[in-house]
Design a protein around this ligand. Sequence first.
Ligand code: HEM
Ligand SMILES: CC(C)=CCC/C(C)=C/CC/C(C)=C/COP(=O)(O)OP(=O)(O)O
Length: 304
Amino acid sequence: MTDSTAKGRATWRDYYEMCKPNVVYMMLVTAMIGMFMAVPGMVPWEVLLYGNVGIGLCAASAAAVNHLVDRRIDLVMARTQNRPVAQGRIDTLHASIFALVLGLAGMAMLLIKINALTAWLTLASLLGYAVVYTLWLKRATPQNIVIGGLAGAAPPLLGWTAVTGEIHGHALLLVLIIFAWTPPHFWALAIARKEEYAKVDIPMLPVTHGVKYTALQILLYTLILFAVSLMPFATGMSGSLYLLGAVVFGAGFIYWAIVLMRGKNPKAPMETFKYSLIYLLAIFVIMLADHYLLPAVTIYELGA
Ligand code: HEM
Ligand SMILES: CC(C)=CCC/C(C)=C/CC/C(C)=C/COP(=O)(O)OP(=O)(O)O
């Protein structure tokens, strides 16, 4: 059943926007670094190419489902009101076909060119975001993005299994870092957009528990994230260059969480949100540089 309200013809840009490209690109950075961290040497180009395209297509499929499911609330929120499905430029039939084709193409690429474990873990992430988070958690609980965050945190594990065909503790550590990073990343934005979420009855934490409580939770998670981010060094997975990066950028995140808590800077919510993106990119890139530039120096060796 196509929406009779469809206005204007959709362009390729509209379909591209449905994929949440900037989010997917950042996820693929973490997936690629998961690939490089899985092996001491270089990653075969086929795994880099087919693994990232497959994971990216599946993530884009999940993002497209999110546009489709959220089209009514997206139309009400200022931040999302111009989205193509919300505006009716892409009707629900075309949006559904687009999401299905992306998902099938991504799964086929992973099953044929990579391995079954990576394909099924990617499908679980796709469904985790498109169904568990978008269709259920987002509308059910203020903990929606904490639980739903696991789907978005999966890419480094997907990259790791694409290379090795197995799950490893170090890969789960990378997932844990993004899992702990997600609440401060999103709740800072949710504080800035609190009134919009209240209008559409989405139980985001600032709406159900207030800004002060949310800011306190953000500070708590940045402290947890700081501790978790030291574990790649403590386990010998990464060396002192990574440790330096995790401490410096982690301190920056805690700084912004404190500024947000004090509530004196009206720009703090969006500055904290923007900083969260700088943080994630920085510690993953520094981890990669450390992986190739400096041998891992564990606390054990330092202590020996
Ligand atoms: C459940 C988990 C997550 C939630 C609820 C969430 C929420 C959001 C929201 C609401 C935005 C603003 C989007 C917009 O206004 O268009 C956003 C932006 C963004 N998020 Fe997240 N996010 C999550 C996980 C992630 C993960 C895991 C990554 C990457 C590894 C990520 C990367 C980004 C990027 C790069 C942007 C900027 C997008 C842009 O400027 O177009 N997010 N996030
Ligand atoms: C296969 C795989 C790795 C799947 C992960 C898919 C994926 C794109 C996760 C994105 C996380 C995210 C930006 C959630 C925001 O959704 P929202 O509905 O809260 O944000 P919105 O209001 O901006 O739409």
